[in-house]
Design a protein around this ligand. Sequence first.
Ligand code: PRP
Ligand code: URA
Length: 210
Amino acid sequence: MRVHVADHPLITHKLTVLRDKNTPSPTFRALAEELMTLLAYEATRNVRVETVQVETPVATATGLAISSPRPLVVPILRAGLGMLEGMVNLVPTAEVGFLGMVRDEETLQPTTYAERLPDDLSNRQCFVLDPMLATGGSLIAAIDFLLARGAVDVTAVCLIAAPEGLAAVEKAMAGRDVTIVLGAVDEKLNELGYIVPGLGDAGDRLYGLV
Ligand code: PRP
Ligand code: URA
């Protein structure tokens, strides 16, 4: 498993505004999308491509096109939905599948309540989107799900991770073709399973309380 933490000042600047408890939902949503687009450059570094030729007005040019089967982007509902537009803006030919997961507030264990994915992911590159990697339970379950369906490799993009959760994902995914791209690794998890300093509950800040 590989981990890449983006250390671009523009990413840190936008994350700082995102963390601010006074940032309202519309700004929070716009920033989550923009951050995803910035992180997508790193996340798609190894996207599979093939050589193609096009005719310019002057001559034949050799270039690259994204290969088939097309990449599959999987936002984890709810909060991952806030990153989807930022990803598909950059990779408009990607297909999109959905996984709905929620953590039990007491046990911190995730359950899957919705799934809309192709049955067979053989030979597919998958990109999982979820802003928060806290205990790592949700991300481990999501990646396991995709690999069990035959995904060839999985790249997860998270805005903020806790070191404890990142270590848990690294342990669970050791030796597997998995990449985690992060905007920041924070200090710790607190006793309630929240990332410190983090940004609070990402789903609530995007979409309000449920
Ligand atoms: C949040 C977040 C991750 C998960 C991370 O989702 O978006 O999916 O918690 O926690 P973990 O690493 O400890 O598993 P939540 O369960 O709050 O659902 P929501 O997106 O609907 O708000
Ligand atoms: N989920 C969130 O939305 N925030 C956290 O800090 C941890 C889990």
